[in-house]
Design a protein around this ligand. Sequence first.
Ligand code: PRP
Length: 206
Amino acid sequence: MKTVNIALPKGRLGEKVYKILENAGFACPDMKENDRRLIFESAHGEVRYFWVKPSDVAIYVERGAADIGIAGKDILLEYSPDVYELLDLGIGVCRMAVAAKTDFRDNIEKTLRVATKFPNIASAYYEKKGRDIDIIKLNGSIELAPILDLSDVIVDIVETGTTLKENDLAPFETVVPISARLISNKASFKFKNNEITKVIKALEEK
Ligand code: PRP
C-alpha cells in the first residue's frame, strides 16, 4: 500500500473535507488535539495530510509534494496548474463577480480600472467582452478600492454578499461560478491510482 499525500486548505473548507474523509475511514486522531502541527498521518499510513495556505494547494499538487489536494476553482482558473481536476466537491460554493459602488455606470469611452486578486481571470473576462481595462492587482480587502476611487470596479469572490453590502457596494455581473475541486498530481494519479481512487470514492459518497 502506498501513502496518499493530501494537501488540505487551512480553514473551514479544509476542515469540512477532513470530516468527510475521517468518516470514510481516513482519520488522524491527533489532528483534533494539535492545531499547530502541519503534517498528520493516519494510523496505518493510508493517508498523510498537510495543512496548506488555500492558494498554495495547487502548487504542492502540481510539483508532487502532495499527490492530491482540495483547491477552489478560482485558484485553478487563475494559475492554470498542470494537474488533473478529478471532482467537483459541491462545497465552498460561491461566484467570481464584478462589483462596484451602487451608483456605478460604466463609461465605455474610458479605460475601466479593475482591482482584483485574480488578474488573469479578470483580464480574460474583459478581453472576451472587448473592454479596455487597467488591472490593479491587490492581495486582499479588495472592497476598499472602489470606495477610495483606486478603481471603478472589483473582480472578487462573492459568497453571501455581506462584505459588499457592508461596504455599500453591489454585484453587477457574474464572471464564473466557483466551488471546491479535488485535484491530482498527474504522475501520482498513474502510480497511486488504486489508493487515490479510494479517496475519490469516499468523497463522492459523502
Ligand atoms: C473573500 C472575498 C470577499 C469575501 C466575500 O474574502 O474577497 O471579501 O470573502 O464573502 P461574502 O460575500 O460572504 O461577504 P476572504 O475572506 O477570502 O479574504 P480576503 O480576500 O480579504 O483575503
